[in-house]
Design a protein around this ligand. Sequence first.
Ligand SMILES: NC(=O)C1=CN([C@@H]2O[C@H](COP(=O)(O)OP(=O)(O)OC[C@H]3O[C@@H](n4cnc5c(N)ncnc54)[C@H](O)[C@@H]3O)[C@@H](O)[C@H]2O)C=CC1
Ligand SMILES: O=C(O)C1=NCCCC1
Length: 331
Amino acid sequence: MNNIPYYGPAEVKASLKYEELVSALELALADFSKGPEGGVSQPLRATAEVTKFNGFLAAMPAYVSSRQALACKLVTFYPNNTAKDLDTHMAHILLFDETSGEIKAIMDGEVITAMRTAAVSAIATKYLAEKYEILAVLGSGVQATAHTEAFCKMFPIKKVNIWNHRTEGAEKLARYVKESLGIEVQVFTDVQSCVEEADIINAATFATEPILKEYSMKPWVHINYRRSSYHLRILTAVGAPRPQWQELSAELMNNSTVYVDSFLSATKESGDVIKSGAKIYAEIGEVILGTKKAEINKKTIFKSLGLALEDAVSARLVFDVMEQNKKTAKP
Ligand SMILES: NC(=O)C1=CN([C@@H]2O[C@H](COP(=O)(O)OP(=O)(O)OC[C@H]3O[C@@H](n4cnc5c(N)ncnc54)[C@H](O)[C@@H]3O)[C@@H](O)[C@H]2O)C=CC1
Ligand SMILES: O=C(O)C1=NCCCC1
């Protein structure tokens, strides 16, 4: 147990690049959707509810054979922490040796949670959207910021529209977009105006009731009876991770083609799926594999719950970079 390396948030951040993360996660999501022969072992996360304080602690173990990645993330989620100026999600990841089960490293899991969630939404967007110029972001917290950064790096985004239930948050994110990413940005005070011109919408809030409703959108696809004359837009939705919570209306869910990261997670954990009774069309891994074709006649939603395999793959990438750095630093 002696000398187990610990990597803090700054080391994790410096070790991860979106391009590498996207390639690694794309392969791992495909492995996952192959079923048992894909070499991914991942149970539904186990959650201990702390009802008195509106929080939970979740354990997220996974093994991804193709990446030699065996890990477990422990994550707490306390939405009320905002009022205390504390992070609402706190996480650590333990990485193990796949051959012996020995622990190899412990690392911060907050940066990984932010970056891998955004990377997976970007993968879904790459496969399912057809135009990438205007991004609408609902929310302005950790996930909204990571998604904005990842999408602006991966796609030719020309403008970012931001809505948050507290305008100060939206304005803070807007300053980041303008000053650090150098992209045109506009803050909106209502959801409808924020999303209606967007090619890509990302919802990343603590909403427990739908903030995005069917009637609040212009037609999603512009059909002129010729394939070339319309483009498919996408909504990536990462919030509402509890069965009782919704970020999207039932009507919107039922009138869309719904893709998920995992059938099991979506049907057990997602209020957007459970409360609407919406049919799930495919896992994103099936689209990556080509066993399910992208549906082009309806609105497109990618509903993400967050998977332990994503944490395991990311933690392994960090470990490999840190080990390499150690070797090159040696005289
Ligand atoms: N799918 C996945 O893999 C993951 C999903 N999540 C989920 O994404 C969501 C956002 O998480 P973070 O950005 O880390 O949290 P955060 O605490 O950094 O940000 C929360 C955002 O929601 C807004 N908000 C708070 N109450 C709201 C309400 N009633 N209606 C609308 N907006 C409200 C806040 O102003 C803030 O913009 C959460 O639901 C979280 O559980 C988080 C991690 C991974
Ligand atoms: O994937 C994760 O990590 C989380 N997803 C939903 C909320 C808690 C953390």
